[in-house]
Write a protein that binds this ligand. Structure first.
Ligand code: ATP
Ligand code: ZN
Length: 285
């Protein structure tokens, strides 16, 4: 029996959500911790724990069949891998920051400056597209301190809230690249491994369908049933069951969390009572 190898970040901002996704798919991974490798007990996968920077290379070589990395790392490394699925977590952006006092007018203000970054490929492609000529200084960490210590005039680095920029006396002036976690794959997967991947993707899809979706149950007078089910179309259509009390029914459906807050008022106007909203783990469409 073939086993699909999935490389995830050993310790960092992607680690927790990557492992959570695998577990939500019902895959039990024991012995997480010091090891480089863990085998799932109930699904044909093996997890490799690596530095994120190494993952695209291992996947391109087929040492690992799949990998979960930031798009920023995948694009920067520019290895021959398939982009299999955007995963929706670890959202961040690569931005250019300049010292707060710098008079920034447009992208042309960067002409002739030196910019420190750990993403020289993404940055140079962006600058070329914008027809800006700047000097790129590749450094591997603590990029945001570069202007302060006179190493560069500006930086290009990962931003999520912007607080790191501000605390280093910088301001964000251009967004270069938007990123989220990405599943990448070895382009030469065997037929057997493709089957395991298809099953894994089906499970991920079911988990994602359930995210932000709630199960809703409520009681309503029979003459409001039509109004209420128009508000709660559900996956196929809602279930309606009679209550013991004559003239009343219980309606069950699913609803997006955001939509819920919009329709709650209308449900109550229509006479809904005893509204229960419950979490859903998985939705198979
Ligand atoms: P490693 O030790 O594995 O090389 P690292 O220090 O390079 O780790 P992390 O800081 O853990 O990397 O970030 C991993 C990825 O998480 C980044 O490449 C990016 O895609 C994403 N990321 C980084 N910072 C944030 C953030 N503040 N919010 C959300 N996602 C982020
Ligand atoms: Zn890294």
């Amino acid at each position: 029996m073939e086993v699909l190898r999935i490389a995830i970040q050993k310790s960092g901002r992607l680690s927790e959500d990557s492992l959570k996704l695998i577990k939500e798919c019902g895959i039990e991974v024991s012995s997480v911790g010091a090891q480089l490798k863990a085998t799932a007990s109930n699904f044909p996968v093996e997890i490799l724990f690596l530095r994120d920077d190494d993952i695209p290379g291992y996947v391109a070589d087929g040492v690992s069949d799949l990998g979960i990395v930031g798009e920023n790392v995948s694009v920067e490394k520019n290895k021959k891998v398939d982009e299999i699925k955007r995963l929706g977590f670890s959202k961040c952006r690569l931005s250019i920051g300049v010292p707060k006092a710098f008079e920034y007018k447009s992208i042309n203000s960067l002409n002739g400056l030196s910019i420190a970054t750990s993403y020289p490929n993404i940055l140079s492609a962006y600058l070329d597209k914008q027809k800006v000529k700047a000097d790129i200084h590749e450094i591997s960490g603590s990029v945001e301190i570069a202007p302060g210590i006179g190493l560069a005039d500006a930086i290009c680095d990962i931003v999520s809230s912007g607080s790191t920029l501000i605390s280093n006396g910088l301001k964000e002036v251009e967004i270069v690249f938007k990123s989220e976690a990405l599943m990448i794959g070895y382009p030469g997967l065997s037929a057997g491994k493709k089957l395991i991947l298809a099953e894994l993707l089906f499970r991920i899809e079911s988990v994602n369908n359930a995210k932000n979706t709630k199960y809703i149950m409520l009681n309503a007078p029979n003459d409001s049933i039509q109004t209420i089910i128009a508000l709660l179309p559900g996956v196929k259509s809602p279930s309606v069951m009679p209550l013991v009390e004559a003239g009343w029914s219980s309606i069950h459906s699913v609803v997006k969390e955001n939509d819920f807050w919009e329709i709650i008022g209308k449900l109550r106007e229509a006479g809904a009572e005893g509204i229960l909203v419950l979490p859903i783990e998985k939705i198979i469409k």
